[in-house]
Design a protein around this ligand. Structure first.
Ligand code: ARE
Ligand code: CA
Length: 467
């Protein structure tokens, strides 16, 4: 449950938030495979309650485990897993198994939720906990046995409930997923969760997975260090999403902390061991929180992502959003409430309301960086004691960052001598660099200049990206 099953020279998960299965299949083929992305986190694939104005969060209100949503049906789903796996890109499904919908109504597959009855699963009132509300995060019983924002809370002690969840997850494995994000795992008892995860079957070898491969699982357990819920209480079950990482990196690149402190980034900051942690700058919840770094503050956001991707810590995940102005605003849709496809512009960016951060050069080139440096150690840490840092990844890659002020310094790059093309400000096209060209001297040193007026506050060099 700890191996993401990335294919060779692929790495990093991209969350394609509210995309259709058909668009994801196309994105795997036309973009993700070529830019080294290892996998896609998809929106919950099971039937959800239809809410007025179709906010994005209706997808976190299950009505059944039928694969019928605005993203597509089972046929579309299978087509996506086949096409993505064929080009070496994995699919991880967001699974909502802590609860069902909050209220009654009709789902995206035409099934109903009525008074605690979900006939198409089937679940009945006896399959749920009491109707108490989660209102005290200092009380684990309240957090795990009561309702999160009114959502009917499943009782995983009931064999019928865990049977249905295992059946649902096994169905997704049959259809070719490589693993799961487990939503609201913090609100489930570790022992219950462990039982369910142990019962899930191995990955389907028809999709190219080796025999006896366990699904990759990452649990959404929000532990920022202030509550009795501990991420470490879940790491014996599977990988955990490290929210301390997101909180600290956002704070750092928002300018509230000094880059020099990043010298011991990792477990010294209270994070889980690197191989137990899925890390990200933001996700669909965090980007809607006040003061959390996200695409709208693009220069800082790109720096935070570049640091995450350049640094060896964790299994990295990149967010890919749609534009929003208010918390609940739904994804791009037409007048019949069908999801729109992203429009792909000639410069690789997206239109039709999609932000596609994963298609920003500064981000996809750092995914490439992460693939090329592999497990090379972080070496030659340098800082000016304040807001400027640089480091090497073995002799394969080099990065430098500055926040607030110009950086002009002769720095050790650890790369062989030559003329390098900065992959942040440009690309190599026909042997010409469209961005900054940087000369590495015989001693491995280079004059690095990043001005505060530059588009980006970072420079990245890779051993094989030479003019
Ligand atoms: C919506 C409405 C509610 C309404 C409810 C029922 O917004 O007002 O009561 O429907 O009608 C998402 C949205 C919710 C939405 C829900 C269902 O974010 O707004 O409710 O879908 O449609 C906690 C949990 C964590 C959870 C976050 C959001 O611990 O698991 O809250 N994150 C996941 C998903 C969400 C999703 C759900 C869970 C539910 O990523 O997108 O909700 O499936 C501290 C605590 C955290 C706490 C956090 C926020 O940091 O430590 O534990 O996270 O505050 O409260
Ligand atoms: Ca619960």
């Amino acid at each position: 449950q700890y191996d993401p099953h990335f294919s060779n020279q692929h790495n990093v998960i991209v969350q394609l938030f509210e995309w259709t299965w058909k668009d994801i299949a196309e994105e795997c083929e036309r973009f993700l495979q070529h830019h080294g992305y290892g996998g896609v986190q998809i929106s919950p694939p099971n039937e959800n309650l239809i809410l007025t104005n179709r906010p994005w969060y209706e997808r976190y209100q299950p009505v059944s485990y039928a694969l019928k949503t605005r993203s597509g049906n089972e046929e579309n789903f299978k087509n996506m897993t086949r096409r993505c796996n064929n080009v070496g890109v994995r699919i991880y499904a967001d699974t909502v198994i802590n609860h069902m919908s909050a209220s009654d109504g009709v789902g995206t597959g035409g099934n109903s939720a009525n008074n605690g009855y979900y006939p198409s699963v089937p679940y009945g009132p006896g399959d749920f906990h009491d109707t108490c509300a989660i209102n005290n995060y200092n009380d684990l019983n309240n957090v795990r046995n009561c309702q999160l924002v009114g959502l009917r809370d499943l009782n995983h002690q009931k064999k019928h409930v865990s049977d249905k969840i295992v059946e649902y997850m096994n169905h997704l494995i049959d259809l070719g997923v490589a693993g799961f994000r487990v939503d609201a795992a913090k609100h489930m008892w570790p022992a219950d969760l462990k039982q369910i995860m142990l019962r899930i079957k191995d990955l389907n070898t028809e999709f190219g997975f080796k025999p006896h491969s366990r699904p990759f699982i990452y649990l959404e357990v929000i532990d920022t260090g202030t509550e009795p819920t501990k991420a470490s209480d879940y790491k014996h079950i599977a990988t955990v999403m490290e929210f301390k990482f997101s909180k600290k990196i956002s704070n750092m690149f928002n300018g509230n902390d000094k880059l020099t402190y990043l010298s011991n980034w990792g477990t010294s900051w209270g994070f889980l061991d690197s191989n137990f942690a899925v890390v990200f700058v933001d996700n669909h919840d965090l980007q809607r929180e006040d003061n959390h770094l996200h695409y709208k503050d693009s220069k800082r956001y790109k720096m935070a992502n570049a640091f995450m991707l350049a640094h060896p810590y964790g299994i990295a995940k990149v967010m890919s959003s749609f534009h929003f102005n208010s918390h609940g605003q739904g994804p791009p849709m037409d007048s019949n409430e069908n999801l729109l496809s992203p429009k792909i512009n000639p410069d690789n960016t997206c239109g039709n309301g999609y932000v596609c951060e994963h298609r920003w050069r500064q981000i996809y080139n750092m995914v490439k960086f992460r693939n090329i440096v592999g497990d090379a150690p972080l070496t030659n840490w340098w800082s000016n004691g304040d807001q400027q840092i640089s480091f090497c990844r073995g002799n394969k890659g080099f990065v430098a960052f500055t926040q607030w002020l110009d950086l002009k310094a002769k720095l050790q790059t650890c790369l062989p001598p030559g003329q390098y093309c900065d992959i942040i400000s440009g690309d190599l096209k026909n042997n010409k660099c469209t961005g900054k060209t940087i000369t590495v001297k015989k001693d491995g040193k280079a004059s690095i200049s990043i001005l505060s007026s530059d588009e980006d506050g970072v420079i990245a060099l890779l051993k094989n990206v030479k003019v």
